[in-house]
Design a protein around this ligand. Structure first.
Ligand code: ADP
Ligand code: ADP
Length: 226
């Protein structure tokens, strides 16, 4: 479903990503694991073209993303970042409606979908009109996920989605993520520096270091490496 070939990103004094290739199958979760600065975020942002590669290609269902308009990409790709990704001056409801509005959904459809997402993510209805800073970290994280899922994109890119949470909330939400049918049907690329998170959430894990993809395999395969 996602095919990344020879992706490279060079800055004037630094190569952030060097010749990274991998494929992600439909409904698979691939976790990119690595320390800070290893090139994970840059790789992720090249998939939805928030960052333009220096060289290499990304194909989604066989189509080069370079040939796709931004609105086509936002239809097929949801993007989740740490809680800071929510617009602080938008309410929860407005944050969730951003992509549906871009796609010109009518009001009823947006309202129905918003309520469905709140129920699915166990967020209280009354928080629809709250602002992100009135929520807990875990709730903000769920809103971020709701926003990314809103228009039903088949692909979800997640950058340290649990990064801003305390360890207990992290474990709780990790468990919730695994139990969400809607999430299990997505093709996911998730970036983390947390080994436990990678092994628990990834169908396969790619290990990045210094801009390169060192190895990629199932958690079991990686744990059996000497
Ligand atoms: P990670 O997500 O694994 O922490 P990043 O992809 O954010 O790593 O960054 C990879 C490397 O590229 C880091 O060394 C970082 O400092 C560098 N880098 C990222 N963005 C830029 C930029 N705009 N200009 C120069 N160097 C950058
Ligand atoms: P995060 O790891 O939370 O995604 P950022 O993407 O903001 O953080 O930055 C990742 C790394 O890239 C950091 O080390 C940051 O210093 C570096 N970086 C980001 N933008 C630039 C830039 N324009 N020039 C140099 N380094 C950068």
């Amino acid at each position: 479903m996602i095919n990344v070939r020879h992706l490279t990103k060079r800055y004037p004094n630094h190569t952030a990503v060097e010749d990274v290739s991998f494929a992600v199958r439909e409904q698979e979760t691939l976790v990119l694991l690595g320390t800070s600065g290893s090139g994970k975020t840059t790789t992720l942002k090249m998939i939805n073209r928030l960052i333009e590669p220096t060289s290499g290609t990304v194909e989604i269902n066989g189509i080069d993303t370079q040939q796709q308009a931004p609105h086509e990409l936002s239809r097929s790709i949801g993007y989740v970042v740490q809680e800071t990704g929510l617009f602080p001056h938008y309410t929860v409801g407005e944050n969730i409606a951003i992509v549906p509005r871009l796609l010109h959904w009518d009001k009823d459809r947006i309202r129905n979908r918003t309520h469905e997402l709140l129920a699915m993510l166990r967020l209280p209805e009354k928080q629809l009109n709250a602002y992100p800073d009135q929520l807990s970290g875990g709730q903000r994280q769920r809103v971020g996920l709701a926003r990314a899922l809103a228009a039903n994109p088949p692909i979800l890119l997640m950058d340290e989605p649990l990064g801003a949470l305390d360890p207990i909330t992290r474990a709780e939400i990790r468990q919730e993520f695994r139990n969400l049918d809607e999430l299990r049907r997505k093709t996911v690329v998730l970036v983390t520096h947390d080994v436990r998170e990678a092994l628990e959430l990834g169908d396969r894990v790619g290990v990045m270091d210094n801009g390169r993809l060192l190895q990629i395999g199932t958690p079991k395969e990686l744990l059996m490496q000497p």
